[in-house]
Design a protein around this ligand. Structure first.
Ligand code: FAD
Length: 454
């Protein structure tokens, strides 16, 4: 039976009867950030999402916690444990690096839903069974606990993460698999660690209540990978590596549960059109080595509300808005791919083994960072976020910021760079207050401007 669900719950007296109905698929960090921001812009937003089907823990940096707060996902931000110590054994070098936070993804995902509901977003727990899209809208069939429902959307946000159907023009990195083991150990201090192995690397964590997680990432074509029924024994052998043995010393892991999932870096191809947009892992999914998945999914999601608002309220700017989204997604993907490549290249002991050789050469041999040369900065017109909309403005294109920098904390940069080609810095910066001038000088010197005088 197909039941038409009632119209969006949130009512806004300012909205016209023809207000577009937006449906977001997926309630991970990307879907939650977009849905919440669109609701704050006054749109009626429904989120349709299933629950994650396995128990997992993920690591977040302080930067991600700040990003969650910036997206008003405060409950999600506050369910992180930490900071806790992260130990790394890479290329034979043992280091205790920066502190990290750990999140239980079930708790985290529940908190994301609460963050959305508190902004008036209608969160529907359901599996998306079918989706038919046309330029006129999207027809969905969803399966809830109460049976199937049909749903119609004027605008669709695809945020189903790695489970979103991939498009034909997708780009994929080396085919990668992650095997996750979890078991109950002894309560203790939260901690995490990473160690490189001959055919991959392992990430491990323990939560204060004693839950233990060990996850090995390896190539799908790894010669050592056994048939499915032998995977638990394979993982148990791999957990005898030096750092894991030490990290889990004293814990009995004979009842470890196993979950296998793809962790191939993926760029979706086309990221949007007039009535749909892809965000988060559905747009670009990075190698888990970076530990930055949630950061990049938030990055792509934080720009999306302005893109969607532009598509819906200023359709004449649609090409500009879609270009903005596409370019930024592609740039994020390339940046993370090159950073991952450089970390893989640091491991020299097994450099010739297939796992390491493939990854230290992908995606290309371009440097992750280029040295700055002021004479090579280019000024051009490009799409930017201007308030709640995408607009066009003059930006400064640098080797590290190929999409351009518009403002530096509110100070437009292009007129300054332009003027500095003809006048001395004292003259150009004299209209700025002391703090703005300090900031601009700092930026200029980092971008090769010859010694601006104080
Ligand atoms: P998701 O968080 O995946 O959310 C998608 C949502 O859509 C889910 O709730 C899912 O249930 C729902 N959904 C999917 N299909 C359907 C359907 N048909 N119907 C209804 N709902 C559906 N990132 C980190 O920052 N730190 C880490 O330590 C880390 N470790 C990782 C380890 C591995 C092995 C992998 C693969 C990834 C890791 N990541 C990590 C990445 C991180 O998990 C993702 O980048 C992030 O969750 C992406 O957010 P998202 O909102 O795009 O998608």
């Amino acid at each position: 039976m197909s039941i038409e669900r009632a119209s969006p719950l949130r009512t806004d007296p300012m909205r016209t009867p023809a207000a577009p109905r937006i449906v977001v698929l997926g309630a991970g960090p990307a879907g939650a950030a977009v849905a919440r921001a669109l609701a704050m812009l006054g749109y009626a937003v429904q989120v349709v999402s299933d629950w994650r089907r396995f128990d997992a823990v993920e690591a977040l940096s302080t930067r991600v916690i700040e990003g969650l707060r910036h997206a008003n996902l405060h409950r999600a931000a506050s369910c992180a444990h930490g900071p806790c110590v992260r130990t790394t054994l890479w290329n034979g070098v043992l280091q205790t690096l920066n502190a990290e936070f750990l999140v239980d993804r079930r708790e985290f995902d529940e908190a994301l839903r609460e963050d959305m509901r508190s902004a008036g977003v209608d969160v529907i727990e359901a599996n998306v069974r079918t989706l038919q899209s046309s330029p006129d809208g999207h027809d969905l069939m969803i399966e809830t606990g109460d049976g199937p429902f049909s749903l119609r959307a004027d605008f669709l946000v695809e945020a189903r993460g790695r489970l979103a159907p991939l498009m034909r023009d997708a780009t994929r990195g080396p085919q990668t698999l992650s095997l996750l083991n979890s078991w109950d150990g002894q309560p203790g201090r939260a901690a995490c660690a990473v160690e490189s192995l001959p055919d991959g690397w392992a990430w491990m964590a323990r939560l204060p209540d004693g839950r233990c997680y060990w996850q090995m990432t390896l190539d799908v074509a790894c010669a050592e990978l056994p048939p499915r029924n032998e995977l638990p024994a394979f993982c148990a052998r791999m957990r005898h590596a030096p750092l894991a043995s030490d990290f889990f010393a004293g814990d009995t892991d004979t009842d470890a549960r196993l979950y296998a999932r793809s962790s191939t870096a993926t760029l979706c191809g086309r990221t949007g059109a007039d009535n749909w947009l892809r965000v988060g892992d559905a747009a670009l999914a990075v190698d888990p080595l970076s530990g930055n998945g949630i950061f990049q999914s938030l990055s792509s999601a934080l720009q999306a509300p302005a893109v969607i608002h532009t598509l819906l309220s200023c359709p004449e700017r649609a090409p500009l808005a879609l270009r903005f989204h596409q370019q930024r997604i592609e740039q994020l993907f390339t940046r993370f791919a090159r950073t991952g490549r450089d970390v893989y290249a640091l491991e020299q002991r097994w450099a010739a083994r297939p796992f390491w050789e493939t990854r230290r050469l992908w995606p290309d041999d371009e440097p992750s960072q280029s040295s700055a040369d002021f004479s090579q900065l280019v000024i051009e017109r490009a799409p930017v976020i201007d308030g709640d909309l995408i607009a066009e403005a003059e930006v400064v294109v640098t080797p590290d910021q190929p999409l351009g920098v518009w403002h530096l904390q509110g100070v437009p940069l292009a007129p300054i760079v332009e003027a500095l080609r003809k006048q001395p810095a004292e003259q150009v910066l004299k209209s700025l207050d002391a703090e703005q001038a300090r900031m601009v000088r700092h930026w200029l010197s980092a971008h090769g401007y010859p010694q601006p005088s104080a």
